[in-house]
Design a protein. Sequence first.
Length: 299
Amino acid sequence: MPVRVLAMPPGQFIRSHLRDVGGVDFVQNIHKAYKAYLLVNGMKNGTSRETMSKYIWLANKLGLIVFDHAGPSAYWNAQVNGVRVTSAYRRESRPRAPSPRHYYRLVDENDPRWIRLEASYRESIGIAVAPSLPPVPWEPRPVPVVPEEVAALPPVAVAVPSPPKPKKPKKPKVVKVKKPTPAETAQQMAAPFDARIVKITEALDQLGRTPNIRFADAIEEELIAIGEDAFETAFGKRGIVRDRLIGINTILSRTLDDYPLVKSAMRAMLRETLPARRATAESSFHAALRVVGEDLTGK
């Protein structure tokens, strides 16, 4: 059976609602109550506000309801064209005029015209209306009886959901080691040779304070060893790393070219016995040491 047959039409609902609330109510409240009533009975799309106003107008014309009073002017701010109105103000007879709530009172709830509100109004103005159809018989559906065989069946086994699969552990984040730049690599490769050259410089200072032939020979051997090690390390290298190591080998080669002056000046100084001539030879020895030191440091 259609759902609409099970619900009251707007005219009958207006009568029922006014009777339930004490006989007096305003139009918007009646409309909201009818929409809620239709939702309870399965009607999602209720009657519009214009349709409800139409049925209120029909009931008012038939004398089934009458205007009772208007709501307080404070409800709608009591402003008409910027001028505050008096408490006795009523809605003007023009569309969309400012209006408070209009309350209507139920006159006769037993009047048969409530059943067919729109048809009753047409009859009141002399329009012929067809008689209403007889009510549609309706009986509730019988509850189906479950056979005993079906009722005696064993309960259906319910599938037990499988346990959730364990989540795979997240892979540990691999921290990427920053690759050194060519300049940093060249500095690392040259650091041991720079440290050995610093020791040679300190040894030359000590040689200037305490001249010794064997110590001078040991310094010369260390200079040769550093140059050979730098050349072997530079083999197979490229770019800035090779240039840096070859540069160290070049410095040591230049130093070894001037180092025989140190040894010859030192031997001449050690042979002299006269103080004056020894002082002259000593100055030549220190001058040779300064030349070798400048070759090593590049200053």
